[in-house]
Design a binder for this molecule. Sequence first.
Ligand SMILES: *Cc1c(COP(=O)(O)O)cnc(C)c1O
Length: 447
Amino acid sequence: MNYSHQELVEWDKTYLWHPFTHMKQYLMKEPLIIVRGEGVRVQDSLGRWYYDGTASIWLNVHGHRVAKLDEAIKEQLNQIAHSTLLGMSNLPATVLAKRLIEIAPKGLKRVFYADNGAGAVEAAIKIAVQYWANLGKGTKKLILGFENNYHGDTLGAVGVSPDELFHWAFTSLLPDHPRVPYPYPYRSKTDDPLRESLDAAEKTLQERADEIAAVIVEPIEGAGGIIVPPDGFLSKLSKLCSRYEVLLIVDEVATGFGRTGFMFACNKENVSPDLMCLGKGISGGYLPVAATLTTEKIFEAFLSDDFKKSFFHGHSYAGNALGAAVSIVNIDLLEKLIPTLPEKAEALSKMLAPIAEEPFVGEIRQAGFMIGIEIVRDRKQKTPFSYESQAGWLVANKARELGLLVRPIGNVLIFMPPLTATNLELEQMTHILLKSFYLTRDDLSKL
Ligand SMILES: *Cc1c(COP(=O)(O)O)cnc(C)c1O
């Protein structure tokens, strides 16, 4: 496709409305328009190359233009691009379902497809609620969620993870799901944030188990600022769910497919949830694929002569053949990559260490290849910058000038390199990060 930079800029500004973007600010700046990628880098319409330090917003696993992934899509194109899963099946979606169950925590036996992470969360919530309804326990319809967690932007997902800034206009449309604190050691007011969180969850379950269908949780918190809970959080939560007879939904949309150094974050604590939501890295970051995995026990509660016990829910592109074909090869490649990840994550942690000494860095949090750098006005008091000050963007914009794309969420700069980045590439990326903090010291001090 041959269009000039000027044309693209004009059309972008005239026709596009960007997701999660402050459009007023955006329109005042020159847009960044990506035209191609290669490995861990992307190139813009002016020919400049950048490291993809967000893995194209947490999706990319093996880098861009991976020959085997490209090939999988081309081969599938020679067969068929898409064929529905409604009442029938297609080849790649069938094979991918088997592959997903082979690599998933052992209790998970069934795959329900969606085409985005929020859709996978919606399906999980609806399956959980209808599961109990099918069993004649229709009072169990609330979902216990955690503060700071993010589950996507459709109304059902927003209902279990409302945010004051993002969702103020929809408050009246949202159900009154209970929420408890997520263990956030850096900002917790107690000296045992794990206890605080689990006690609050247990208290709610004790009092309201007959109203609660499921607990939904991110095993490592992503979009709320990369919050890494103390070890044992997920396994203890899982035990609480069994004790009080509520289902556990683990949202692995961000953490799945190697992001934390494990195939799934659940693996680290040996947890097999009742429902697991997958998206983002499932296709290697190539095509919109998502899935909700569940147990045979839950699936069986929907097998009935009574039609209304079926799960009448679905998306037109569910089980898309091109997406499934590339996802299968993504998993094959990942199985080889996973054993190399712990050592690389360790090396990355050493590379990040000097950044922690920067005067406006409060804390660096890392779970494998998910990194959050919390920017604070005052390290001792941990005083946050206001959202409006856009402190994170000051640093991110500097990094972009220096050739690294990163994106802040509030005051937390998120760094999520593709998992195949070499140590040398990681060194170059972290060096740019350090330099970006160093070069914005003055500006940050004036905010
Ligand atoms: C990104 C994300 C979602 C939403 O996925 P989309 O594909 O953007 O709809 C849900 N949950 C978590 C944990 C995520 O990080």
